[in-house]
Design a protein around this ligand. Structure first.
Ligand code: SF4
Ligand code: SF4
Length: 238
């Protein structure tokens, strides 16, 4: 299968299997950073496929009531179902790439390889950003023009010669809604800059501690206020 026909086939499969977004990233511009985080073996994958599934507004719209167990359990069920579907799609796309003669490594939607740094093999947000699917907002979430941050992502790393997109500029402007709503003030409000570490913008440990306290109190850890509040997700509804 040629480069173009493989790409068209991956797009077709992803949509048919339930993905709302698909993009293709050139990882070489961030490869040192990627290998430092996930391991030197990732260097053999110069490109990646990013797939996203949109969350349901009827659930995310209720997350301002994030102390309500009904709301948070519904959100958790959605979160798990979407993650599982993303992993399924990533596996099937990886198999298609492999059948075409290239290497492909699917990275699960929810992953953590370092409990202290709270990071995964690779940042799905970075891959989606490099694919041109959105920008990294002041909430450190990937903000898509279509659905704001109301999207979950998985990635497939590959050496297939796919045509890649380009990152899009940040469009947060003067907005600081996510900074304001976060109950433990985990965001500094500093805009994303690829040359600065995440700590400049986001204290992931504060968020993690807050979620652990929620788990003790409510039996569920997810919060989601920063996903709920972003105007790019709230205004761009069908
Ligand atoms: S999930 Fe909640 S606590 Fe964590 S950063 Fe977002 S708003 Fe803050
Ligand atoms: S809430 Fe505002 S500042 Fe935060 S990510 Fe969305 S647009 Fe950017």
């Amino acid at each position: 299968m040629g480069e173009i026909s493989l790409q068209i086939e991956l797009e077709r499969m992803a949509k048919e299997l339930g993905a709302d977004l698909i993009g293709f990233a050139d990882l070489t511009i961030a490869q040192d950073f990627i290998c430092k985080q996930g391991g030197e073996y990732l260097r053999k994958f110069p490109r990646a496929v990013s797939i996203g599934i949109r969350l349901l507004d009827a659930i995310v719209d209720e997350l301002y009531r994030h102390e309500d167990l009904g709301v948070i359990f519904t959100y958790k069920a959605l979160y798990n179902t979407v993650n599982s579907r993303l992993d399924h799609i990533a596996l099937l796309l990886a198999k298609k790439i492999q059948e075409s003669g290239y290497q492909a490594l699917p990275i699960p939607a929810s992953q953590r390889i370092d409990r202290n740094k709270l990071i995964g093999v690779i940042s799905h947000k970075l891959v989606a950003n490099l694919s041109g699917l959105g920008w990294i907002g002041k909430s450190c979430l990937l903000i898509t023009p279509q659905y704001g941050p109301r999207v979950r992502f998985a990635s497939i790393l590959t050496n297939a010669p796919l045509k890649t997109g380009s990152p899009i500029d940040m469009k947060c402007g003067n907005c600081g809604e996510c900074v304001k709503i976060c109950p433990i003030k985990a965001f500094t409000g500093v805009p994303f800059n690829p040359s600065e570490p995440r700590e400049v913008r986001f204290n992931a440990h504060l968020c993690e501690d807050y979620m652990m306290k929620r788990e003790e109190k409510l039996g569920e850890r997810l919060c989601g206020l920063c996903v709920y509040i972003c105007p790019h997700g709230r205004l761009n509804k069908i």
